[in-house]
Design a protein around this ligand. Structure first.
Ligand SMILES: NC(=O)c1ccc[n+]([C@@H]2O[C@H](COP(=O)([O-])OP(=O)(O)OC[C@H]3O[C@@H](n4cnc5c(N)ncnc54)[C@H](OP(=O)(O)O)[C@@H]3O)[C@@H](O)[C@H]2O)c1
Length: 323
């Protein structure tokens, strides 16, 4: 079972269905990555902040050693954390992340959030998180997104990243990036599910030739793992009567309907699961089509509820990134 691919503006092909690595426990992460490769996944979506890149690398190395896959068949994605936005910090941290993954280039390296925080040395704390002191103090860096993007472009020049992209940018910062970019962002990764559809942002990116990757396709479910009150109080998407009705009609699961809703509209997806049977189910979500009536009903489910914003995790007066 192979995923379809999306041709990026960098010229590279990106699998449309990938595997998300956030909240994959370090203790089981190497096995999870190995099993996902065995199940047929080729794209892995990691980040410094997920705290498991070393273990991801172990899973990849074992799969390559056992002959399951070759490095060039994988599409490995990672992200630049906010405390490494200063121009002179970008390449060293990218090199460290590559070393953790045991690889010498990322297929795609993303700016994780459009916000620059003061540098925290990895010897002090890694991953550093949002707070300078590890507890509550937010310290901005003076580095602009344009300066950081320039450093990201140098990664491409040095062969450390084949494509570069952005994540959690809103329309204004995407438009501005298009003004200063010598290398246009290949992808925009955003929270996207029927409760947060962001149609204008998706259309902007697609019109500009930037591939959109949807994260947290199951809406509140991924945030229940974190006990987030906002997720607990939202009606579960996987149980939503419209989604269930469409799933029954096509003889698919609710999860497959949510994933197909995104891929059929041209987006890439990166669902996370720790269960092997669910890995196969999620990967096998592009083998049917929703009809126009299904798409219309799901378009009507938008509630504009965003789960993944810093101020949903903690109180911090400086981090209104989606304001
Ligand atoms: N750029 C960013 O800022 C950002 C932010 C958030 C996420 N992401 C990326 O996007 C990925 C996915 O997002 P996410 O982890 O928030 O959530 P998600 O993939 O929407 O949901 C994961 C949750 O759904 C469950 N699940 C998975 N497949 C299922 C299925 N077929 N049926 C029923 N339940 C299923 C999982 O449970 P089990 O594990 O028990 O199966 C887990 O609790 C992340 O791992 C990360 O790579 C990026």
């Amino acid at each position: 079972m192979a995923s379809p691919t999306i041709k990026l503006n960098s010229g590279y092909e990106m699998p449309q269905v990938g595997f998300g690595l956030w909240k994959v426990d370090s203790a089981t992460c190497a096995d999870t990555v190995y099993n996902a490769i065995k199940a047929g996944y080729r794209l892995f979506d990691g980040a410094c902040d997920y705290g498991n890149e070393k273990e991801c690398g172990e899973g990849v190395a074992r799969a390559i050693k056992d002959g399951l896959v070759k490095r060039e068949q994988l599409f490995i994605v990672s992200k630049l954390w906010q405390t490494f936005h200063d121009e002179d910090r970008v390449e060293p941290i990218c090199r460290r992340q590559l070393a953790d993954w045991q690889i010498d280039y990322f297929d795609l390296f993303l700016v994780h959030f459009p916000a620059a925080l003061e540098y925290v040395d990895p010897s002090v704390r890694y991953p550093p998180g949002w707070f300078y002191d590890g507890e509550s103090e937010v310290r901005w860096s003076k580095t602009t997104l344009q300066q950081t993007w320039g450093a990201m472009e140098k990664l491409v020049g040095k062969g450390l990243a084949r494509s570069i992209g952005i994540s959690n940018y809103q329309a204004q910062s995407v438009y501005e990036a298009l003004l200063y970019a010598k290398i246009r962002p290949a992808t925009l990764q955003i929270e996207h599910h029927p409760y947060l559809q962001q149609p204008d942002l998706v259309q902007l990116a697609q019109t500009e030739g930037i591939a959109v990757t949807a994260y947290s396709s199951f809406g509140p479910t991924g945030f229940m793992e974190l006990d987030m009150p906002r997720a607990k109080s939202a009606p579960p998407l996987l149980e939503h009567p419209v989604v269930k009705e469409i799933a029954t009609k096509h003889n698919k699961t609710a999860a497959q309907v949510l994933l197909r809703w995104a891929t059929q509209r041209g987006l890439a997806i990166i669902p996370k699961t720790s269960r092997p049977e669910t890995m196969a189910q999620n990967l096998d979500s592009t083998s049917f089509d929703l009809d126009s009536g299904d798409l219309e009903k799901m378009a009507g489910m938008d509630l504009n509820i965003r789960f993944n914003k810093p101020t949903n995790y903690f109180q911090a007066d400086k981090l209104w990134l989606f304001g």
